[in-house]
Design a protein around this ligand. Structure first.
Ligand SMILES: [Zn+2]
Ligand SMILES: [Zn+2]
Length: 256
């Protein structure tokens, strides 16, 4: 069961504070909840309190002075409503900027809670170990706005991973949706040839020293070609994506 830890919340908190300078702790909790959508133990309400474990871990950042005094990443102030408010320091801003792409790619891909927690821990561990890490971003190929936001390296690696997945799933020159069997070429003719979306079931990371072909071989089992409709449906539940099996069962139930 995935559990978020206080150190792993540092980057996500800075990410939110940068977007809303002067944000109060209550607002910070609410924004982070919207990003993570905690499930399982972290969503359990603490005994006798109106608070769950996830919120409590965020709240603890303040009395522990993790962001401000210990790390020097934020400046603690007082809001108009006399609550604690948070702003980034120069140091916090530069630390966030060094890791911004990884964090944004992770958050924009709508993985479930377990995968997002795993992903943010991975980013944090690599940073502590001083390793360079690249996260592959499937949304570059779906949302034009994401493409402009990523570096050439993220774009090229993501494209290569996507191409490998398409090769892997193409049989006799045809690639179909793994959930419903939709064939873009059959329905749309030439303009649909080779069109498919690749769903990432897990965040895929690359450490710079890891061999790319080995990484691809590992990652392929977590990539699934889907038609645009099935891809939207698999991400329709806010708290977590459906599994491919769940989507197939839904389709089967509807057609029976
Ligand atoms: Zn489909
Ligand atoms: Zn997807």
């Amino acid at each position: 069961m995935a559990r978020i830890s206080e150190p792993d919340l540092v980057l996500p908190a800075l990410y939110v504070i940068q977007k809303q300078p002067g944000i109060t702790t209550a607002e910070l909790i609410s924004e982070l909840r919207n990003i993570f959508i905690p499930t399982g133990e972290d969503a359990e309400i603490l005994h006798g309190r109106n608070d769950d474990k996830f919120s409590q871990i965020v709240r603890n950042l303040v009395p522990h002075h993790t962001l401000d005094q210990r790390l020097g990443y934020t400046i603690l102030g007082v809001s108009e409503t006399m609550n604690s408010s948070h702003r980034l320091s120069e140091k916090g801003l530069s630390y966030l900027q060094d890791n911004l792409l990884s964090v944004e790619s992770l958050f924009s891909n709508n993985f479930g809670y377990a995968e997002t927690v795993y992903g943010i821990a991975e980013i944090n561990t690599s940073r502590v170990a001083g390793k360079k890490i690249t996260i592959f971003d499937e949304n570059i190929f779906i949302f034009e706005g994401r493409r402009r936001a990523v570096t050439t390296q993220v774009y090229e690696r993501s494209k290569l991973l996507r191409d490998k997945a398409i090769d892997f799933y193409t049989k006799n020159g045809i690639i179909v949706c793994e959930a419903c069997g939709f064939d873009f070429y059959k329905i749309y003719g030439d303009i649909g040839r080779g069109y498919i979306e690749i769903h990432h079931q897990k965040p895929v990371f690359q450490y710079d020293e890891i061999d790319f072909s080995r990484l691809i071989a590992e990652a392929l089992k977590d990539l699934i070609p889907l038609c645009a409709n099935c891809h939207r449906m698999i991400h329709r539940k806010k708290d977590r994506p459906l599994s491919i099996q769940e989507l197939r069962e839904i389709l089967a139930a509807q057609s029976s």
